[in-house]
Design a protein around this ligand. Structure first.
Ligand SMILES: [Zn+2]
Length: 478
């Protein structure tokens, strides 16, 4: 958009993630999220503790704290020695206790970095219930989610472009899955991204009136919501109406692709935070041997990228597929135990990420071939015994039936005819049959030779090696 002056965008993210534990954060109710395709029986995972009945006491689920510590160590953050829980007071139907157990002054995790973005803090709290208002005249509430351990991660407001939102959120999702901390499925609400956006005419002074956008259920929606806000605010600024920009919470309407004002934003003091008296204070440095926990972490996504680059020197786009898709990664890792030279590994990586991944995605009945058979196919391709067309054809058969590529190629006459004598005879025959093409080539039209190569390919049923055919023709026509 053409504007009268430049505007500087400031974006910060607040991401909530349901942690994967057997039970809820402060009681022994099951922590199960809704399984797609199955009926979620409302209000079945509830008890007096998570519904806040008088006289009950919360008990901290250590598994949730374990996840927090591991996430913190993975992002190179500081794990607090002293940490405590606080009551965040507000009155709303999805909060049965009329307060949420959260953390205020002493979060478990501070600092750290992910996808080059600085993290402010990561704290542990409990999730709220889910309510539905579209039932005609009344609202329904389901307390199954109330009390599920929820991690809240806050970034520094240092993001300047909307694409970075997607990059960051995807990297966080990948990290959480790698650590087994959460399935982090956005559509199922296991990971919820809130985007804080402001724009300012002064590069060094972010505008204090920022907008927080909620109800985002995909990476792309997060990006679009931020873009929508940037353009809405720019419009107001351009028309001298910047005083209409208020600090507020807005919801993303996926159907209309717009944000809608929900409420003006509370300040921290509105929540009257105070330390939760019913839970113990924690001294994490005595509870955990942090070095030991750090050493027990699995290979992290960025470590894996580095190893793949160093060991296999394959394309970055291929590496991304392996880092993100465990099935393809396990298959590739099995292949590299069979083939060892760099060229064959790169070739295998190409076929796995493009052709094989493509087949697996579109054909639900396709099965991965055995690593041995696939490695054999790659060897044949590398040695020029098969054309790339031949490799693809065999691959299509291999995902349906267990076949030995070599036997199949022989049976179906797919082995490239690289016998020089055979090609030479064929070339001679075609030269005498096509005097006009030969004349044209000799008169300087070098491309004419390709028509002869084409004829050789045709007569050999596609099994000739085209480069070899061309070389032989060049030799004969010298
Ligand atoms: Zn409960």
């Amino acid at each position: 958009m053409e504007t009268k002056r430049p505007y500087y965008v400031t974006i910060g993210l607040e991401i909530h993630v349901e942690l994967k534990t057997n039970t809820k954060a402060f009681c022994s109710c099951k922590n199960e999220s809704i399984v797609i395709g199955q009926e979620d029986l409302p209000n079945t995972n509830v008890c007096p503790v998570c519904t806040g009945q008088p006289g009950t006491l919360p008990v901290l689920n250590k598994a949730a704290v374990d996840h927090m510590v591991r996430v913190g160590l993975a992002i190179g953050a500081e794990i607090a020695d002293f940490t405590e829980f606080d009551r965040k007071n507000y009155f709303y139907p999805d909060i049965p206790k009329a307060y949420q157990i959260s953390q205020y002054k002493f979060p478990i995790v501070s600092g750290g970095k992910l996808a080059r973005i600085d993290i402010t803090r990561v704290h542990l709290e409990e999730d709220t219930a889910t309510s539905s208002h579209d039932t005609g005249g009344y609202s329904l509430i389901n307390y199954n989610r109330a009390g599920v351990p929820l991690m809240e991660l806050v970034t520094e407001p240092l993001i300047r472009d909307t694409e970075t939102i997607v990059v960051f959120a995807k990297e966080l999702q990948l990290l959480l899955r790698t650590l087994g901390a959460s399935d982090a499925n956005m559509e199922r609400g296991q990971m919820r991204v809130e985007v804080n956006v402001s724009i300012s005419p002064d590069r060094d002074k972010p505008w204090p009136k920022y907008v927080e956008v909620k109800n985002i259920n995909s990476f792309q929606a997060a990006k679009k919501a931020a873009e929508y806000e940037i353009s809405r605010m720019t419009d107001l600024w351009e028309n001298g109406r910047e005083n209409e920009i208020i600090k507020e919470t807005r919801g993303w309407d996926e159907n209309k692709q717009i944000t809608i004002s929900q409420r003006s934003k509370e300040n921290a003091e509105d929540y009257r935070y105070f330390p939760e008296p019913d839970l113990p204070k924690l001294y994490l440095h005595s509870m955990y041997d942090l070095d030991e926990v750090k050493n027990s972490l699995p290979e992290l996504p960025w470590q894996m990228r580095e190893r793949y680059k160093k060991d296999f020197d394959i394309k970055d786009s291929d590496i991304e597929i392996f880092v993100n898709e465990q099935v393809m990664r396990d298959f590739f890792e099995a292949i590299v135990t069979e083939i060892h030279d760099k060229n064959s590994i790169q070739l295998a990586s190409n076929y796995i990420t493009s052709d094989l991944a493509g087949i697996m995605k579109t054909d639900k009945d396709a099965l991965l071939p055995t690593p041995e058979d696939f490695a054999e196919l790659m060897k044949m391709a590398q040695e020029g015994e098969l054309s790339s067309r031949g490799v693809k054809d065999i691959l299509f058969v291999m995902v349906k039936t267990p076949i030995k590529p070599k036997d199949y190629a022989t049976e179906h006459d797919l082995i490239q005819k690289n016998d020089p004598e055979f090609l030479k005879n064929l070339a001679q025959k075609l030269i005498s049959e096509n005097p006009d093409v030969v004349a044209s080539y000799k008169s300087g039209k070098e491309n004419a030779i390709m028509s002869l190569v084409g004829k050789i390919m045709k007569e050999s049923g596609g099994s000739a090696n085209p480069q070899m055919a061309k070389d032989i023709l060049l030799e004969l026509l010298k």
